[in-house]
Design a protein around this ligand. Sequence first.
Ligand code: PLP
Length: 386
Amino acid sequence: MNDELLRYRAEFPILERTTYLISNSLGAMPRGVYDAMKGYADTWGNRGVRAWEERWWMLAAEVGDQISALMNAPKGTVSTHQNVTTCQAVIASCLDFSGKRNKVVYCDMNFPSVMYFWEAQRAQGARVLMVNTDDGITVPLDRLLDAIDEQTLLVPVSHVIFRSSYLQDAKAIIEKAHKVGAYVLLDTFQSLGTVPIDVQALNVDFTCGGVLKWLCGGPGVAYLYVRPDLGNTLEPRLTGWTAHQNPFAFETGPIRYTDPPYRFMNGTLHIPALEACRPGLKIINEIGVERIRQKSMRQTTYLMDLADRKGWRVNTPRDPQKRGGTVSIDMPDSQEVCRELLKREILVDWRPKAGVRMAPHFYNTDEEIDTAVAAIDAILHERTPA
Ligand SMILES: Cc1ncc(COP(=O)(O)O)c(C=O)c1O
């Protein structure tokens, strides 16, 4: 089969040494990161403090625009932060939980860090309502929609569920939320880069995620999209001098907010991480998410078929339209199997209530999937007493 995307393999050194099926956790590092980090050191080393004015201050906006291109967001609407939990905190700090409209609605399949954050907001008056999954794979859409009512302020939900790869119906959630006057904060960490997203078509209020998984951008950069009409009115209380109209005036007293994207940032920017993420974002932009999605649907189907033939339990939706790029597969002693795979240079991970998670990305071959499945089979046979 002629798979054009395989020509990008040469850009990712780790693919020469390992079977890399773990882009749902940490995308492979592009070769270009070596030059990017050298460039960072040279800039710091040679330009010193002048680097702020010449390059670093604007870097966050430039990276934000590279990310906005992937989700059809207008330029200047995406700010960068260290992680998704901080993005959620920035949005929480724009909202008032002291009134009657103070409900925060999500499902127990959300990423735990985000749930810990929202649980902690009860102290600020937030009433958290968590809808429970029935099967450990999907989110009960009707129950989630019913829970979103006139007292709901925010619906912070994952687009693709980290455990099962279930792809939520973002459109239905956003429509219901808007009907009753609530906001939606869509966590696209597990979707952007492998599932096409159009924030304008969705009319979503806020979108956040990180670049270290499907965007091959490394740790330390998360993104926050704020719908343009909200961007100029919201006033984050988690703020700082980066969000000031004139940061170098060092004024005393309350902040005078600048425009997005800097309006939603706060302290000194995360420059090394911003430099490191650019090569990955460039490659994903060049390929286009639609092509990645087509390949991903084919390869995840292929992987599920192999798992079925072996009789292993697949904890990911069968319908390709209802899943992201990961396949969670449970087999006997799956945690131990995962440890063995890692020893054999087959990089995957294991999560409770999911099993072994395998995530082929645009740079993976079908043969790598075969290799992983054959290795699991061999490990299981070795573990079974004769
Ligand atoms: C859906 C989702 N949200 C958030 C996170 C991580 O959040 P943070 O960037 O705060 O560490 C992950 C990480 O695996 C995730 O899968």
